[in-house]
Design a binder for this molecule. Structure first.
Ligand code: ADP
Ligand code: MG
Length: 649
């Protein structure tokens, strides 16, 4: 039995399909090897393709397994109806069959796959199947895409600067009696480690602490949705959903989805014209006329070149900085991964590129294995991997975390072996991706705090703030960054008038609760509260003051319960709805209205010495995720969304 965390459904990289039945499993396995057209019997299965998809049908809105720790708002499966769509009629049955077959073949040929593991008492085996994908790309305004790309280096810089501001992180996460850390053990542990390693006397006071001489590598992904502009119903603005600073995944798979979509939209351009043009009008307005001269369709996705390149820059710099005490031990990059990981193809593509383009070996290791598999030299801070015989094998230049973002990645508890391993890595001189500071800068509480007037501005010089943005909007950089923020509100002790006003609106009625999302400090999809569940969660944890003592709350004022301190409240975004065909395990899961979320990767390498200019800082590729519009949650791995790409218009 794998570790408990491998069962965790909210995991960023575990593929689950709760609607899997034995029949479905058999079909999936068959499709893996032969990609057959489904037989008549498979059409009885709710996810089976072709004949039934143009008729009114039912799909499950919640596609991941249930989990005890999941809020009730997202743990129940409800059914909803996807209405027959006239636009989809432009794709006939044969064309759909051709497209689906091409997608499955392309997935096998190019590595657009996820691993599935079978474990029995005597052995375990793996097979690979087509990743959850949208069959075709989704229209996205070129202007907003460009804006997201140009924001990437600025968010990189922001994360680096926050990571060095211990007082800001402490105030934001631990300020007051009821703070995020008073309610969330996991964030508390991260902050405690951060304080003991980077604050206090750090390296000066503790000679076994080399973190302060380690460079910092960020491989980040800022996620955005288009949101209807309040002043103009035909116009959509780019709004940030969240900033992922740890284990930002899908660079590899996203590159191949873009390749598939480019191929299909070019190869079948005539057949798909009606669908693509109609979707383009949804995001560009009714009067949109596609311009065949400037229309570039699906852009090239550089993620598989740029992300390994950033790792190479970090690796090379480490090698040159610590050249003096170099020994004959080869150097490698360490990938810290989850046991039972299924998003391995995505990770392996980075590993293979590192070897092919840069001749850098990669060692994969789980946190649990790291406790015995790593050793640090107490005099230099060099981190080494050990082989099965306990002998030193490689010196680690960069530790790249694809695990560690959820409490379930540390099954041995808060003082257990996984946290000890994380601490050892952090204390070493190896470049961490991310360092603890980068990790904490990506928390949802920090995101909310940055939205307060003047807080984002603190992290940029006046000169930087005034620089013209290169997002195409003609505004300055600060306005561009702020313009991407949605409404974000605190439910903690630091709540201010505007926060309380938002909370009141969110619990007033169904319309009010529909305008917000309630989020705890978790990563990986599946934890948020929406609608009635959101209202209930808040109402269960607030009271109304009855005191009119002037030192206490005003009579009738909202009193927030301490349990709300770990949550933030966010304005709900409403992206344009487009027609899509979504595939899971290579089979058509359903067709209907969908919404999308754009992710923009950014990479940064910063010297340990903050006074130096960044060594590397750039946009590094994109990802689009698409889900049915009636699905609240996101996350491909957690079974809510599929991988897609933008069709620029
Ligand atoms: P996680 O760290 O779990 O990925 P997110 O903040 O990205 O947390 O939320 C998960 C998903 O919930 C998103 O991918 C998106 O689909 C949906 N979501 C989050 N915030 C909003 C919002 N403000 N409006 C609409 N949907 C949202
Ligand atoms: Mg997310």
């Amino acid at each position: 039995m794998p570790h408990t965390f491998s069962q965790h459904t909210k995991n960023k990289t575990h593929y689950r399909n709760p609607s899997i039945s034995i029949v479905h499993l058999v079909i999936c396995c068959l499709s893996l090897f032969t990609f057959p057209l489904p037989s008549a019997s498979s059409l009885q299965v709710s996810v089976s393709p072709f004949t039934s998809i143009f008729t009114t049908r039912t799909v499950r809105t919640r596609l991941a397994f249930q989990n005890k720790s999941t809020p009730s708002s997202t743990s129940t499966s409800t059914s909803t109806t996807v209405i027959k769509s006239s636009i989809m009629d432009s794709i006939d049955k044969n064309l759909l069959s051709q497209l689906t077959n091409s997608a499955n073949s392309y997935a096998a040929a190019k590595g657009l796959q996820v691993e599935t593991k079978q474990t029995s008492s005597s052995n375990s085996s793996s097979s690979y199947q087509c990743a959850p994908i949208s069959l075709l790309p989704n229209a996205f305004p070129a202007k907003s895409f460009h804006n997201a790309k140009s924001l990437a280096p600025h968010f990189n810089t922001l994360v680096d600067r926050i990571s060095r501001d211990g007082d800001f992180l402490k105030d934001t996460l631990a300020g007051g009696e009821y703070s995020v850390i008073s309610k969330d053990e996991y964030t508390k542990k991260l902050l405690e480690l951060y304080e003991s390693i980077y604050m206090n006397d750090g390296y000066e006071g503790d000679k076994s602490n080399f973190a302060k001489i380690a460079d910092r590598l960020g491989i980040q992904r800022s996620d955005y949705m288009l949101n209807q502009n309040q002043n103009n119903s035909e116009d959509y603005e780019l709004k940030q959903v969240e900033l992922n600073t740890i284990a930002a995944s899908f660079a590899g798979l996203a590159v191949n989805v873009a390749g598939l979509h480019r191929m299909l939209t070019q190869r079948y351009s005539k057949e798909l014209k009606t669908l693509l043009d109609t979707n383009a009008m949804v995001v560009m307005g009714e009067s949109y006329e596609p311009d065949t001269n400037t229309n570039i369709g699906v852009p090239t996705n550089p993620a598989l070149d740029r992300i390994p390149l950033a790792m190479n820059v970090a690796h090379e710099r480490y090698s040159s900085r610590f050249d003096n005490d170099s020994n004959s031990i080869d150097k490698a990059i360490l990938f810290v991964v989850q046991e039972g990981e299924t998003n391995t193809v995505d990770q392996r593509m980075l590993e293979f590129q590192l070897w092919t383009n840069h001749q850098i070996p990669v060692v994969r290791m789980s946190f649990t294995a790291a406790k015995d598999g790593l050793i640090m030299d107490d005099t230099t801070g060099a981190l080494y991997t050990k082989n099965e015989n306990g002998k030193v094998q490689y010196e680690v230049t960069v530790v790249y975390f694809r695990a560690g973002y959820a409490p379930t990645d540390y099954p041995d508890g808060y003082n257990g072996m996984e946290w000890q391993a994380r601490e050892l890595m952090e204390r070493s001189r190896a470049t961490k991706c991310p360092s603890l500071g980068y990790h904490l800068a990506g928390t949802k509480k920090v995101q909310q705090e940055l939205a307060r007037p003047g807080v984002l501005e603190r992290f940029f010089t006046e000169e930087e703030r005034k620089m013209p943005s290169d997002g195409g909007g003609g505004e300055d950089r600060m306005t561009q960054m702020r313009g991407a923020f949605a409404g974000l509100y605190s439910l903690g002790e630091d709540a201010m008038e505007e926060d309380l006003a938002a909370i009141k609106e969110a619990i007033a009625d169904a319309e009010g609760s529909g305008r917000y999302v309630l989020k705890p400090q978790r990563e990986g999809g599946g934890y948020n509260y929406y609608g009635d569940d959101l209202a209930k969660k808040i109402k269960d944890n607030i009271s109304t003051s009855t005191s009119d003592n002037e030192n206490e709350n005003e009579n009738g004022a909202l009193v927030l319960g301490e349990d709300l301190a770990e949550f933030i409240l966010m304005q709900r975004l409403f992206p344009p709805k487009q027609e899509a065909v979504l595939l899971r395990a290579g089979l058509v899961e359903g067709t209907g209205e969908s919404i999308s979320e754009l992710g923009c990767f950014g990479t940064i390498l910063q010297s340990y010495d903050a006074s130096e200019e960044p060594i590397h800082n750039e946009y590094a590729g994109f990802l689009l995720r698409t889900k049915f519009s009636n699905v609240d949650e996101g996350g491909v791995a957690s079974g809510f969304a599929t991988l897609s790409s933008p069709y620029l218009c």
